[in-house]
Each structure stands twice: as C-alpha cells, then as structure tokens.
Design a protein around this ligand. Structure first.
Ligand code: ZN
Length: 417
C-alpha cells in the first residue's frame, strides 16, 4: 500500500473514535481511543490506515511525505461549530466598560453592543474587499491554532442587502482558503434599530429572505437568538418553522443570560444544536438528552463578559446531553480564535476533564455541524484533517494555557502549517 503522507511514532494518537454512530454522551465522553506509539497513513485526502507504528509501517510500502511525531500528540483537527467571523470594527471600548462593571444587555440597550458592530459591518459591506481580507486573516489564524472546520453565521447585517452580502462573503470563503466553512443564516440575531416598534415587519423580512437563502443554497443552517431583548420563543418559532420547511437545519442561541424557553422550542423543532446554555432547567436538560440535541457550550463568553455564570457542564453530561465546545468568535462577547483556549477554559470553569473537552471540541462538534461521519475523529475512511501538538500527552493540552501548542496542521491530506 502506498500513501501520500505517513505520520508515525506519535506518543499518543488520539483517535477520538466512538463505538456508536452519534455524538458521545455520558461516560463515553471520557473515552479518547488513544493509540500509544501510533501511526496513520493518508492517501487522496483520506485516512487509509490507523494503528501502532510497527503495524502501519509494515502495511505502507512507500510514502511521499513521512512525518515523525515522536514526543507529540496527534489529534483530529478542531471543529469550531459556532462563530460570527465576518464583521466590521472591534469593541475594545465596550470591553473597558465591562471592566468597570456594565452588563452586556445594559450596553446593548444603549448604543453600543451588537448595534455598533451592525453599523461598522454595513459600512464595510459597501466595499467588501477589506471585510473579506480580514475574514481570511481570521481563518488563517484559526487554522494555525488547529481549527480545520469552522461554522460562520451572518447576523451583523440585519437588512436584506447586507445579510445577503454576508452570505455571499461566507460562500466565497469556502472556496478561497483552506479551512472548511459551514454557513449559517442568523438574520434573527437582533431586531435592527430601524424596526423599533415594527417587530412583525422585520420577522416578515426574515421569512422572505429565507426563501431566497434556500433557493440559492446560501446557507446550511438557520439560527435564532432567543433571549430577553432579542427574539421571544414565539417569534423564533415563526422563523425556525419556515426555515425547516425550506430545508434548512436548525440551531438556536438559548440560555445565554436568561432561560426563556429556547431549549424547549429547539428540542421540539428538532434543532441539531442549542448553544450557550449558561441558564438551563433540569427538565430542559432531560429533553435535550432524550432527543440527543447537542449542547454547544461557549465558556469564552462568560469569561470575556466577566459574568462568572458558566454552563452547568457536569450536570449536562450526567443528564446524558451530548456536549460540544466552540469559540463563539465575535467582537462583543468572545474575541478569541483559539479552540485551545476554549478547552483550557472548559477544564477550569466547566470542570470538564481534558478527555471530555477534547471529545467536545472534535467529534461532538463535528456532529453539531452534521459532519460526524466525515470529520472529527481519526478513523479509516474519514477526511484527513489532523493536528500534531508539541506535547507528550493529551492532558497537557489544557494545562499549558494561552499558548499555541500546534506544531503541524494537515487539512484534507495536505500539510498546510
Ligand atoms: Zn453566538
């Protein structure tokens, strides 16, 4: 057998493989499927052999590129299943206000918060080259930090033209740089200022846009921000039901600051994931566990907002909810591109073990984007999206926080970093 790339002698080859065909839950989240002194072979962008180095070396007669992973850990590439990566401006002044003690919703009700990013994004869309270059730079940094698949939401346009403009930029990013991009339509991120007192009109605009988004294949998912001051469950229902009819898969932002019924709505409508969950009831957890709705936890948000209210990860895992992790990269509530930082926070603030956090950032995050059969683990037949970390065992991944441990990145079988 010949290979394009052979990786061998890995101190730990963390396959993350699962016994079942779905996301991991409960005690399964602690299992990593580690092969010591591991090796794997890649041909044509696909993993063709995985095992111990002796066994794989005997199988593979010739390889174009051989990578020695001695004293290193090999992992599947991270899947960042929740980001808002295309936006104008930045919000460091608001960060200063947060240091002084003002809350996110308080700042949003003033003129800051999301609306300042909406203004900067609309301005930037007039001449989108800069916005595109910046998004590509963000994705390049994500890749350097080990993310090989990233979801990107719209939601800083909040008008017909600007939401379509953002969807087109996201579509262009899929073709013009190495990270796999998944597109989500989030026009229901907030009610724009110009629709004050006319919420029904804005919902009508979103419903109309959904037809076009679906007809032109501009997004795979539709998401709604269910929160006090954003969309109520009954407003969200109108949008999500229409999105489902149009063939889009569903995601919800729920329980970021208040538990107002987003979890119940998301489970009822068959959402693939419900994201945030810093506030969630025990009956809500049971519903999610029953339907295997993935809970995407975003610990970078309470960290950056300094709210100190983190999702009850241990209770969620005990209840049987499949947990994934993501950055929520955005200029207001989580300006980090690093899944390594998120894993470090998950261990410290959510009390997840390194093994649970790694499963949540790879295979379960892949399922949160409906790609669990293609990426997220190191198994024969899966796409060769891999990272090699400069540490001798996986427990050191969250331990050395705030630094980049990635030594090599392989995306679709090609060494890209
Ligand atoms: Zn978000």
């Amino acid at each position: 057998m010949t290979a394009h790339v052979l990786i061998r002698n890995a101190a730990e080859l963390v396959t993350v493989r699962s016994a079942s065909d779905g996301p991991k839950t409960g005690t399964e989240m602690a299992e990593l499927g580690i092969i010591k002194n591991g090796a794997l072979a890649i041909a044509g962008g696909e993993i063709i052999a995985v095992g111990e180095t002796d066994e794989i070396s005997a199988k593979i007669g010739r390889a174009d590129t051989i990578i020695d992973a001695r004293n290193r850990v090999v992992l599947p590439g991270f899947v960042d299943c929740h980001t808002h990566l295309v936006f104008g401006g930045s919000r460091e002044d608001e960060f200063m206000q947060k240091i002084e003690g003002r809350s996110y919703l308080d700042i949003m009700q003033g003129n800051g918060g999301i609306f300042s990013t909406v203004d900067r994004t609309r301005e930037a869309l007039a001449c989108p080259g800069t916005l595109i270059d910046r998004a590509r730079m963000f994705l390049a940094k994500m890749l350097a930090f080990g993310t090989t698949t990233a979801e990107i939401k719209t939601g800083y346009g909040l008008s017909k033209e600007s939401e379509l403009g953002l969807l087109k930029i996201i579509a262009g990013l899929k073709e013009s740089q190495p990270v796999e991009v998944v597109s989500t339509f989030l026009a229901a991120h907030a009610f724009p200022k110009e629709y004050e007192g006319k919420k029904g009109d804005y919902i009508g605009l979103v419903l109309g846009l959904l037809q076009r988004v679906s007809a032109e294949g501009l997004a795979e998912y539709c998401d709604v921000f269910v929160e006090a001051g954003a969309f109520s469950p009954s407003e969200a229902r109108k949008i999500l039901e229409q999105a489902k009819k149009q063939g889009l898969k569903l995601k919800l932002h729920a329980g970021e600051f208040n538990d107002i019924g987003g979890v119940e709505l998301g489970v009822e409508l068959g959402a693939v994931s419900i994201d945030h969950l810093d506030y969630i009831s025990e009956p809500g957890m049971e519903l999610m566990a029953e339907k295997k709705t993935i809970g995407v936890l975003l610990p970078g948000v309470p960290f950056h907002l300094m709210t100190n209210r983190y999702a009850p990860a241990r209770k969620l895992i005990e209840a049987g909810v499949p947990i994934a992790l993501a950055t929520d990269f955005n200029p207001g509530s989580c300006p980090t591109l690093s899944m390594q930082m998120i894993i470090a926070l998950a261990c410290r603030q959510l009390k997840m073990t390194p093994a649970e956090a790694i499963n949540a950032a790879t295979i379960n995050a892949a399922y949160a984007l409906d790609r669990g059969d293609k990426v997220g683990s190191i198994e024969v037949g899966k796409r060769a999206d891999l990272i090699i970390l400069d540490i001798p065992n996986h427990k050191q991944l969250p331990y050395w926080f705030g630094t980049n441990l990635v030594a090599r990145v392989i995306r679709n079988g090609v060494v890209v970093g």
